[in-house]
Ligand binder design. Structure first.
Ligand SMILES: C[S@@+](CC[C@H](N)C(=O)[O-])C[C@H]1O[C@@H](n2cnc3c(N)ncnc32)[C@H](O)[C@@H]1O
Ligand code: SF4
Length: 370
């Protein structure tokens, strides 16, 4: 079932590695921005009356940095403009430096039932180096407020000077604090971010070191009962993110807010990345879309297998046939034969072997040209 993504582009401070659309110096605009978001819901909702949405995801930026009354308001408006399933999964991303008891109470009242907390590392010196606004203790406090709730923690690999022991402490902390889900991302040194200099200067762990950390992290997570269901995502049984699963199944979704994208009717739409343009456009009653493209059938086929092969569920030949009317092993015959040794095949399902999941990009490159 389709999902709804809402982008909240404000942060208290910009982290050194981050190139997401977030404005650390424009929190004063949050009231005006949220009013535009409500309006965009109205504009978009009109054409989507036939849809029932099963997931809602407040991402950013830092959704927890704005006054929680806006999140409550957004949920009120969302229910007015869109039809939600009976038990939707409603997630909010939170930075541990921005939580409070009152915020969580209002989130719960708004219907939020899943939280994603950016821990990154349990080592305070590394948090400071990344420009994070919180300590490991703040994470513990945030988790204490979420006792009994379904929450996830984000962890990063490949930080300057990061050792296996650091990773052990990080995963142990997230697990002990009760995270039901852990995302473990390898740091991508994005061009244009401050951390890119560290990368150029050879100060970050190299690919082999990150790979070793990843394997070690996978082992720690497995020991603690987190099952890998996507290359960077691990969950206790039954706590996989429904919102992300929809993306990986190439399901439809609506994205609202600056820089958000949507995938509907076989088309991909992208909103403007400029905050002022976004607000001007919505206030004038226009969709803030700056790009829309039809996804060609051949590209759609590649997307389908690329997304499915990232997950533990693999490619279902039947699902592929239902979507495209053909056999994926024939459509990608040459690449499939070449890469066959990296796959396991069980009936209808083909998966990348566990030990090769981390290098799936290299495998998938072969499929890019059919
Ligand atoms: C929008 S943030 C999560 C919420 C909140 N803004 C925070 O940082 O706590 C999404 C997550 O993406 C990950 N991330 C962001 N930039 C990244 C990068 N360059 N490389 C790897 N992971 C990154 C971080 O783990 C971060 O927690
Ligand atoms: S708090 Fe999150 S979104 Fe904001 S700059 Fe840091 S990583 Fe990026």
């Amino acid at each position: 079932m389709p999902g709804i993504y809402l982008h909240i582009p404000f942060c208290k401070h910009k982290c050194t590695y981050c190139d997401f659309t977030s404005f650390p110096d424009r929190l004063a605009f949050s009231e005006a921005y949220m009013a535009c978001l409500y309006k965009e819901m109205e504009l978009l909702g009109k054409g989507l009356g036939k849809y029932t949405f099963d997931t809602v995801y407040f991402g950013g930026g830092t959704p927890s940095v704005v006054d929680p009354k806006y999140i409550y308001g957004a949920m009120q408006q969302l229910r007015k403009c869109f039809r939600l399933s009976e038990k939707p999964e409603i997630t909010i991303e939170m930075n541990p430096g921005t939580v409070s008891e009152q915020k969580i109470a209002l989130y719960k009242k708004a219907g939020i039932n899943r939280y994603s907390i950016g821990l990154q590392t349990a080592i305070d010196e590394q948090l400071a180096e990344l420009g994070r606004i919180h300590t490991a203790r703040d994470f513990v406090y945030a988790c204490s407020l979420l006792k009994g709730e379904n929450f996830s923690a984000d962890v990063m690999l490949g930080l300057k000077g990061q050792t296996e022991e650091d990773l052990f402490k990080t995963i142990e902390l997230a697990s002990r604090c009760g995270a039901k889900h852990i995302s473990m991302y390898a740091l991508t040194p994005e061009d244009g971010t401050p951390i890119y200099t560290d990368y150029l200067n050879g100060e970050l762990p190299d690919g082999d070191e990150v790979r070793r950390l990843y394997d070690y992290g996978c082992m720690l997570l497995k020991e603690r009962g987190y099952l890998r269901y996507e290359v960077s995502n691990f969950a206790k049984k039954g706590f996989e993110s429904r919102h992300n699963l929809n993306y990986w199944r190439r399901g439809e979704y609506v994205g609202l807010g600056v820089s958000a994208s949507s995938f509907l009717f076989g088309k991909r739409y992208t909103n403007t990345f400029d905050l002022d343009d976004y607000m001007k456009c919505v206030l004038s009653g226009f969709a803030p879309v700056v790009e829309s493209e039809d996804v060609e059938k051949e590209d759609a086929k590649f997307e389908f297998i690329m997304l499915a092969l990232r997950t533990e569920y693999g490619v279902s030949s039947a699902a592929y046939r239902a979507a495209f009317g053909s056999d994926w092993k024939e459509d990608f015959g040459e690449a499939f034969q070449k890469m066959r040794a990296y796959f396991t095949e069980e009936g209808d399902i083909t998966r990348i072997k566990e030990e090769y999941l981390y290098v799936q990009n290299t495998i998938l490159t072969e499929f890019m040209n059919g």
